[in-house]
Design a protein around this ligand. Structure first.
Ligand SMILES: Cc1ncc(COP(=O)(O)O)c(C=O)c1O
Ligand SMILES: N[C@@H](CCOP(=O)(O)O)C(=O)O
Length: 528
């Protein structure tokens, strides 16, 4: 198929309405280096860690860039943190796993065909107490020191501890804003402590950047080690492919993306095209693309970039750590995450759980996974009391990035929900679009997936499960600008069987002073 023909004709109509009114340590001994923020051992054992010293950094030589600067300082690294792949669900207390793999191996599945998990050497990390880690992470926020200026790599010791900073491919992703949804909370839910974590305010416009920086960095390392990786590939509903192609392009690594034809937004489609990926538009849905990429990556030297690959989740889990950090290490009562392939809900669990295990906080939030009713295999599984899981054929949904019927991380999601006293909710098309309309009317510009998460919040609030004063975080997973067609359809009031209660179409007015004044006066009277 010619590249141009895969741009299916998108209907962009926003008809003006007739002029009516618009509606309403005995821990280790260490010290932070003010210039490098690396950890140095001090000679005195058993002394508590001092706080980081905050001094201004000397300007680096003019012919040195930030990566060179990091390389120069790298010699001071003395820590011994490590991580490896183990079968997902392997006993965390077992010090010697019978099956484990180096992260430098190319492996996505355990011997039994199950999922893998990245297991950190927790004993090594536990040699430093919670205060140490909190101070270390806090000392790195918002800086340009390579690679710690990234919200992911500011937690490098917990992510990929052994990678050389030189191999990291980063766009300084993460550090996304935690928005106090004051008006939405007050007006629609009577809540005063409602927050939206805008993970879509990111390099490629979705939370996928958090995982992709980790995966592509590891690929960069593998290629330098002459491992057989010619390119990196994924199946995608649009966001994974955008992130993969951007990070690969930044590193000069070929990327290959399998997209379900005519099922992703035009803004998402153009991202890998612009970033030079090899784009296959395939006549199937996401689950069909996922099946194909799994078969292809088993045959060809293409590294798999979907979240089946547990490396991705190491980056994504930093969003959870970041939320705690943004709350000055206070733990929210609830965190609500939209779910599709279901890697992210586990990533959040893992981030929160690590913070608890390493003493940064003393509990974890309750997690809610929100699905579109048109693509709800996890919801059905939950409602059946976690009886046997049955994949489904996912139907079309405005939340197109989560139109997934056979999620690869189902076991991870179930684990996360069971261990966080979690809940699964669902949203109909009308509910998710209305929630998006409501949120946008209070100054946000969210994607339909965030509308799914907000619907879950509305339902749990209305049923009294979530209390008005509960500190609640809704995870916004992509930028609304990637999904403008859904908003155009909604505000045009042209969606079949949908009332579009919060539609706000433009008013068409004749180009004369009197007509404009008439319309404005009526409008102002309605607001007075
Ligand atoms: C915008 C958006 N939100 C939510 C999700 C769901 O994340 P996960 O697949 O990790 O459940 C995805 C991808 O699946 C996505 O692209
Ligand atoms: N929404 C995803 C679907 C694939 O999820 P992944 O996390 O397994 O890559 C996308 O944007 O492609």
């Amino acid at each position: 198929m010619a590249a141009s023909s895969i741009f299916h004709p998108h209907r962009i109509t926003l008809k003006p309405q007739t002029p009516t009114l618009p509606n309403p340590p005995t821990k280790p001994h260490f010290r932070f280096s003010s210039t490098t923020t690396t950890i140095r051992a001090l000679s005195q054992p058993n002394s508590p860690p001092p706080p980081p010293t905050v001094t201004s950094k000397p300007r680096r030589p003019a012919d040195e860039n930030i990566r060179d600067e990091a390389r120069r300082h790298n010699t001071t690294h003395t820590h011994h943190f490590s991580a490896k792949y183990v079968p997902f669900g392997a006993d965390a207390d077992a010090s010697d796993f019978t099956e484990s793999y180096s992260l430098d191996e190319i492996v996505y599945r355990s011997q039994s065909g199950g999922l893998l998990d990245v297991r950190h050497d927790m004993d090594a990390l536990k040699k430093y107490d919670g205060t140490y880690w909190r101070d270390l992470f806090d000392s790195r926020v918002g800086k340009t020191t390579w690679p710690y200026g990234s919200g992911v790599w500011s937690k490098k010791e917990w992510v990929l501890p052994e990678i050389d900073s030189d191999d990291i491919v980063s766009a300084f992703e993460g550090n996304s804003n935690l928005f106090w949804a004051e008006r939405f909370g007050k007006q629609f839910l009577g809540m005063n402590d409602l927050w939206v974590k805008h993970c879509g305010n990111s390099h490629t416009g979705s939370f996928k950047d958090l995982g992709m920086t980790v995966l592509v960095s590891q690929v960069n390392r593998l290629r330098k080690m002459n491992r057989p990786v010619v390119g990196v590939g994924c199946a995608s509903t649009g966001d994974t492919s955008a992130a993969l192609s951007a990070y690969c392009a930044a590193a000069g690594i070929p990327s290959i993306v399998f997209l379900p034809a005519n099922r992703i937004s035009i803004a998402q489609l153009v991202q890998p095209i612009a970033n030079g990926a090899f784009v296959l538009s395939i006549d199937t849905d996401f689950d069909g693309c996922m099946q194909l990429i799994r078969e292809v990556t088993a045959e060809l030297p293409i590294y798999l970039a979907n979240s089946l690959n547990s490396l991705r989740l190491e980056g994504q889990k930093t969003a959870a750590i970041e939320i705690l950090q943004q709350f000055d290490w206070q733990v929210p009562d609830w965190v609500i995450v939209p779910g599709g392939n279901l890697g992210n809900i586990y990533a959040f669990y893992k981030g929160f759980h690590m913070c608890k295990e390493l003493g940064l906080v003393d509990k974890i939030p309750r997690l809610v996974c929100a699905q579109a009713a048109n693509a709800n295999p996890l919801y059905l599984h939950y409602k059946s009391g976690w009886a046997e899981f049955k994949p489904i054929k996912a139907n079309t949904t405005f939340a197109s990035a989560i139109q997934i019927g056979d999620p690869v991380s189902i076991d991870r999601a179930v684990y996360a929900l069971k261990n966080s006293d979690g809940i699964v909710e669902e949203a109909t098309e009308e509910e998710l679009m209305d929630a998006m309309g409501q949120a946008d009317s209070t100054g946000m510009f969210i994607c339909p997936h965030t509308g799914v998460a907000l619907t879950a919040l509305i339902k749990l609030r209305n049923s009294g499960v979530i209390k008005p004063t509960d500190k609640t975080v809704v995870v916004s997973t992509a930028h609304g600008l990637k999904f403008t067609q859904s908003k155009i359809d909604y505000h045009s009031e042209e969606i079949k069987d949908m009332a579009c209660r919060y539609a706000n179409p433009p008013v068409h007015v004749k180009a004369d002073f009197g007509s404009v004044m008439d319309v404005l006066k009526t409008y102002l009277l309605s607001k007075a």
